[in-house]
Every structure is written in structure tokens, then in C-alpha cells.
Design a protein around this ligand. Structure first.
Ligand code: HEC
Ligand code: HEC
Length: 292
């Protein structure tokens, strides 16, 4: 009797292990083929300016769109997922022309920032082009590239990106926005210039940067990991819906809400709130406040 039970337990465990292996093979084949998909996109020709006003505009964009936050103040790259996480290994690239840097042509910049594609026309990993640069006006994208190209070279060689089993499974179930190029409309066209004014339209243009964390509709969501705060609803139905424009601006500048809550560093107000102009923050408020 006992022998029979043991035999059947063994068979069941064996089957479960086999199913798990087959599932994992299917998941990794699928994720690998998405990682290796070669996109064909028509790159726009963008003339990159070289004057100091454009450089300053580009510096501001690089600050409020998070480039300096993720790639480091000298843009020489930074760890994003360290080797010790079970998800994978990922470093925000060294954007300079130093050792280990990307050495981009103007076309390469447009490909990465508009389309989320690297030099091989494969999707970049986790680099949030869809929420930072894909929709920028031609003028602002040109200014940003002007700023990026003028950064002094810094030597910093970093490991290649790599996905571990947990990262593969999360990506398979789309729990993880790994492949940027999948989230971008590659046939979109762009405004030559956007009007800088306190209007919902300009607020929408700026608020795309908040969508990566607060959700595509800015309705917030659960925390990314245990011990981290959830993402609050930023629209008229959330807490900020009760604030005035001045209170919204003050919250992003000081990191303290009208209710007296101190925002943690998971909300990048120290970089974003401090660097943004009053006009920019008021425009974002206007857009979010009227967003149901
Ligand atoms: C949330 C963090 C984050 C932000 C914000 C961010 N990046 Fe990245 N970036 C990354 C990561 C991670 C990679 C590495 C991608 C890879 O290995 O495929 C990367 C890669 C890149 C690459 C190289 C692509 C390649 O492999 O050829 C460029 C260019 C780039 N980023 C530019 C920018 C610019 C410009 C900004 C600001 C508008 C920016 N990034 C904002 C995380 C970020
Ligand atoms: C990297 C992720 C991230 C990005 C990008 C981000 N936020 Fe947040 N934000 C958070 C988190 C997390 C909290 C909650 C912080 C806490 O509870 O300590 C938060 C809180 C807030 C709050 C306070 C809301 C409340 O009810 O108390 C406001 C306002 C806010 N964010 C506005 C913005 C705006 C505007 C943008 C875009 C310009 C933005 N955030 C971009 C992660 C982010």
C-alpha cells in the first residue's frame, strides 16, 4: 500500500515538474523572440540645433523627464536592477562617448528616443521612451539631443542586460513593461513646437511623465513591492482633486501635501518638483484636475 502511494506521489511530482519545465521553456522562447524582434521604422530627419538656448532647454528637459535621475547627473549610467535581484541585470546606459558609452549618431538618438529602439533596431529594456521622449515636439527633442551630445565623455563600462527566470515569467505575463518598443505607436507624427502656457493641453504633454508610475489614466495603483507606498490617484477623484492649484504646486516643491503628509523618495518630487517652473506645474494641475 505505502509503496503504491509513494509510487503515485512520485509520478504526480514528476508530472508537475515536467509541466513547469515545459511552461518555462514556452515562456522563455516567447520572451526571447520579443526581445530579438527587429523593428522596421521610418526615422524622421531631425536637425539638431547647436545654440546655447537649445542646450538650456535640453538640460531642463533632461531634468524634468528623469534622464539625469536614472542615468546619473553626468549621464555616465547607473545600476537599475542590480545582479542580486531575482528579476535580471539592467543598467541605465552610459550616454556619453567615453569608454562603455553608446556613441550615437543623430539617427541613433532619434531611434532610441522616438521609438525605444537600440542600434540593432531591437527594443530597449525598461527605458521609458514611451513616457518621456516619444511624444516630445520636434523642437524639444532636438534641444534634448543637443544637450545630450555635448556631455563630456566619461569612462564607465557596465554589464550587458540580462533576464533571470523570475523576470522572464513576469515579462511573459506582461506584469513588467520591459519592451518599450511594444508600447509605442511607430507611425505617430509630432508637433513642431508646443505652446508653453498654463493650459490643459500643455499639462497633458507634461503629465505623460507621471503615467509610468501613476498609471496611464493617472488613477494610481498598488505598490510595486512590499514596503513601498502605493501610487495615489492624481485626478479629480483622488486626494489632489481637493487641492487648489497653489496647494498642488507647493506639494511638489516642498514634498508635503496640504494634509501634512511628507512624500517619500519613491515620488521624485526633489528632482521633478524643484526643477519645474510654476507654469509647468500649474498646467499639469489644470489637466489632472479636469481629468475624471
Ligand atoms: C526609469 C529610468 C530611466 C529613465 C527615466 C530614463 N532612462 Fe534611458 N535607459 C534606462 C535603462 C534601464 C536603459 C538600458 C536599456 C537596455 O539595456 O536595453 C536605458 C537606456 C537608454 C539609452 C540607450 C539605448 C541603447 O541601448 O542603445 C538611451 C539613448 C537613453 N536611455 C536615453 C535616455 C534619455 C535621453 C532619458 C531622458 C529623457 C532617459 N534615457 C530616461 C533607464 C531610464
Ligand atoms: C517613479 C514613480 C513616480 C513618478 C514618475 C511620479 N510619481 Fe508621484 N508619487 C509616486 C509615489 C510612490 C507617491 C506616493 C508617495 C508616498 O506615499 O510617500 C506619489 C505621490 C504623488 C503625489 C501626492 C498625492 C497624494 O494624494 O498625497 C502627487 C501630487 C504626485 N505624486 C504627483 C506626481 C506628478 C505630477 C508626477 C509627474 C510629473 C509624478 N507624481 C510622477 C511615484 C511617482
Amino acid at each position: 500500500m505505502l509503496k503504491k502511494i509513494l509510487k503515485w506521489t512520485g509520478i504526480i511530482i514528476g508530472c508537475l515538474v515536467l509541466i513547469a519545465i515545459v511552461f518555462y521553456v514556452i515562456a522563455s522562447v516567447s520572451v526571447n523572440s520579443r526581445a530579438n524582434k527587429v523593428y522596421e521604422v521610418k526615422l524622421q530627419t531631425l536637425s539638431i540645433p547647436n545654440d546655447s538656448a537649445s542646450y538650456e532647454m535640453g538640460r531642463h528637459t533632461a531634468t524634468i523627464r528623469g534622464c539625469l535621475e536614472c542615468h546619473g547627473n553626468n549621464l555616465a549610467g547607473k545600476v537599475f536592477l542590480s545582479d542580486t535581484t531575482p528579476i535580471g541585470v539592467l543598467y541605465a546606459a552610459n550616454l556619453t562617448s567615453g569608454k562603455g558609452g553608446i556613441n550615437y549618431t543623430d539617427e541613433d538618438w532619434v531611434r532610441a528616443l522616438r521609438h525605444g529602439l537600440n542600434k540593432e533596431n531591437k527594443s530597449v529594456w525598461f527605458m521609458p521612451s514611451q513616457h518621456t521622449t516619444a511624444q516630445l515636439s520636434n523642437q524639444e527633442l532636438g534641444a534634448l539631443i543637443c544637450f545630450l551630445k555635448k556631455q563630456p565623455p566619461v569612462d564607465n563600462v557596465q554589464p550587458q542586460h540580462e533576464l533571470k527566470p523570475l523576470g522572464t515569467i513576469l515579462t511573459f505575463f506582461n506584469k513588467f513593461p520591459l519592451f518599450t518598443a511594444e508600447a509605442i505607436d511607430h507611425n505617430a507624427t509630432y508637433a513642431d513646437q508646443v505652446k508653453v502656457e498654463v493650459s490643459p493641453a500643455y499639462g497633458k504633454y507634461l503629465a505623460i511623465s507621471c503615467a509610468g508610475c501613476h498609471g496611464e489614466e493617472f488613477k494610481g495603483g498598488p505598490a510595486n513591492a512590499p514596503g513601498e507606498p502605493p501610487f495615489p490617484d492624481l485626478t479629480s477623484t483622488g486626494n489632489p482633486g481637493k487641492w487648489t492649484s497653489d496647494q498642488f504646486v507647493a506639494t511638489l516643491r516642498t514634498g508635503t501635501t496640504p494634509e501634512g503628509k511628507l512624500l517619500s523618495d519613491f515620488m521624485p518630487w526633489k528632482v521633478f518638483g524643484k526643477a519645474s517652473t510654476d507654469e509647468e506645474l500649474q498646467a499639469i494641475y489644470l489637466y489632472l484636475h479636469n481629468h475624471k
